[in-house]
Design a protein around this ligand. Structure first.
Ligand code: CDP
Length: 228
């Protein structure tokens, strides 16, 4: 596993936010909502709509990306992340509204969707939006015939397979499961259990980041109360 640092409540203006440094990946996530949907006919009378936007900054990798705005890859990643959080946020509590999750990749080195999901989950909880659990992602892949946890860019590019996944430990759900390359059925099963095991450590880092954010928020409230 690469070194992971997480912080919730990073941005002071967003309703909820988080920053994740996962190896050389750096991601900032911001959350707005639940808020009204315009035009209204796009709203769902039974639940909140989740909008997810994953974007890479033009300066996030060695070769400059040049083109700003969405592309095929970022649209696909945004779509799968939307589905992760549709099954995690308690959407039925907020009919006719939308919740916007934005994830900006500032620096990338393989596994950015995993880092983005970890950040988005913290940002949602920082925003006080009811969720069923923390979402804890990881990637497991195969390099030179060997299954390995948490691939960086070179391992991903030269490896035989890459399988990003995201778990909810409390509900026991697998919320994301994608695969690039080939694995045998036995390897798939082993990779899933390696991912589940590795995410225990990731989840502990997420919990610690949330605890710090809520302690800081409580202290700030107390100070405000004292000064009034
Ligand atoms: O980042 P993730 O592993 O979720 O997605 P990927 O499509 O497997 O990309 C692997 C890595 O390739 C990214 O993390 C980036 O470091 C790099 N990449 C890039 O620099 N520019 C792109 N347009 C796509 C990927």
């Amino acid at each position: 596993m690469r070194e992971i640092k997480m912080e919730a409540g990073t941005l002071k203006k967003a309703r909820g936010s988080a920053m994740v440094e996962w190896g050389r990946n750096k991601v900032v996530a911001g959350v707005y909502g639940p808020r009204e949907v315009f035009p209204k006919f796009l709203s769902n009378p039974y639940r909140a709509i989740i909008n997810a936007k994953y974007a890479m900054a033009p300066f996030c990798s060695l070769e400059e990306h040049g083109r700003a705005g969405p592309n095929r890859r970022s649209i696909e990643i945004s779509k799968v992340i939307k589905h992760v959080f549709e099954n995690n946020v308690v959407v039925e509590e907020f009919p006719k509204t939308k919740i916007d999750i934005t994830m900006e990749i500032i620096q990338s080195d393989g596994g950015t969707r995993v880092s983005a999901i970890a950040a988005a989950s913290l940002a949602l909880i920082d925003a006080g939006i009811p969720v069923r659990d923390i979402v804890t992602p990881i990637s497991v892949g195969k390099i030179a015939g060997q299954l390995v946890v948490d691939l960086d860019k070179d391992e991903d590019n030269y490896g035989e397979s890459d399988m990003p996944m995201a778990f909810s430990h409390r509900t026991g759900e697998l919320l994301l499961w994608q695969m690039d390359g080939m694995l045998t059925h036995a390897e798939l099963k082993q990779a899933l259990s390696m991912g589940l095991e590795a995410t225990r450590k990731v989840r502990a880092i997420q919990e610690a980041a949330l605890k710090t954010a809520f302690e800081n928020a409580a202290e700030a409230c107390e100070e405000e109360g004292d000064s009034q």
